[in-house]
Ligand binder design. Sequence first.
Ligand code: FES
Length: 103
Amino acid sequence: MTIHRLEKATALTPGFKKPLEVAGRLFVLVCGEQGPALVDRVCPHAGGNLADGEIVGHRIRCPIHRFIFDLATGDCARGRREGWGPLNVYPLLTVDGYLCVDL
Ligand code: FES
């Protein structure tokens, strides 16, 4: 496991969205109404780019089929579906004023 620095914590205000590649993996760092979240960039439903998604409260709406995922749990607002799981949400750390992830 390695700590990766993502963004200065003070840079994130609600509505913030930034695509990131960390350790060869694609993410999007976002800020919903309850604070920052790091999620997979690729939608678990059918591969939509969540970097183009819309932040709605503390959720993100995929631009392809408009499913909405909770930024705290990754759950889809339409409930669990067979064959695809929730959106992966990664725990964030704050180190020296920067949001970081341990991968
Ligand atoms: S690809 Fe994201 S909701 Fe279908």
